[in-house]
Ligand binder design. Structure first.
Ligand code: ADP
Length: 190
């Protein structure tokens, strides 16, 4: 079973590459951002709770996010492995994921990071915002706040996974195809 975290700043290309890896390796893709947006669209209590945080570019509180992630994993009891996209984003979430996987007799194979310069990302996200209607992609101040959240709360996970010997980083500035090739080479070796 290959359980993989796709890691990187907002706009780094995690969702795009997750789609590719999902097809190539038959894994189940869980994007916490997508699950939140689905809940907002369907006006669930979870969506109502998350919306205010997301609109500002803040992280949704850990307790809510962790519970949601666990219930998504539990929906796929026969999965050959998972791609976690947008989770974990805090040390508390990473510790909860380790404990949860261990309880289920599973483990993490690797954390694969896409490394892209922030100024490139701002342009990518503003472009995405024009087409997607995502409020958090349409305003440079909100985008910068997401980077600040990342740098403060998510970046410490690089050391967390390095200590476990599971952290691999690739340059995320190339073409979609070349990045997909590099990622799939890494996944094959796991
Ligand atoms: P991006 O990586 O492009 O910012 P996502 O779709 O992954 O986009 O996430 C959008 C928003 O959803 C985040 O800014 C945050 O508010 C919320 N979110 C997603 N995943 C998490 C998480 N693991 N913990 C807390 N909040 C999250």
């Amino acid at each position: 079973m290959k359980n993989i975290i796709l890691f990187g700043k907002p706009g780094a290309g995690k969702g795009t590459q997750a789609e590719f890896l999902k097809e190539a390796f038959g894994l189940v893709h869980i994007s916490t951002g997508d699950v939140f947006r689905f809940n907002i669209k369907n006006q669930t209590p979870l969506g109502a709770m998350a919306k205010g945080y997301m609109d500002k570019g803040d992280l949704v509180p850990d307790a809510v996010t962790i519970q949601m992630l666990e219930s998504e994993v539990d929906k796929h009891s026969n999965a050959p492995g998972f791609i976690f996209d947008g989770f974990p984003r805090t040390t508390a979430q990473a510790a909860a994921l380790d404990a949860f996987l261990e309880k289920k007799g599973m483990q993490l194979a690797a954390t694969l990071a896409l490394d892209v310069d922030e100024n490139v990302l701002v342009q990518r996200l503003l472009e995405r915002g024009k087409g997607s209607g995502r409020a958090d992609d349409q305003d440079e101040e909100k985008i910068r706040n997401r980077f600040a959240e990342y740098n403060q709360k998510t970046a410490p996970l690089i050391d967390y996974y390095k200590k476990q010997g599971k952290f691999h980083s690739i340059d995320g500035a190339g073409t979609i195809e070349s990045i997909a090739m590099q990622l799939s080479n890494l996944v094959e070796q796991l």
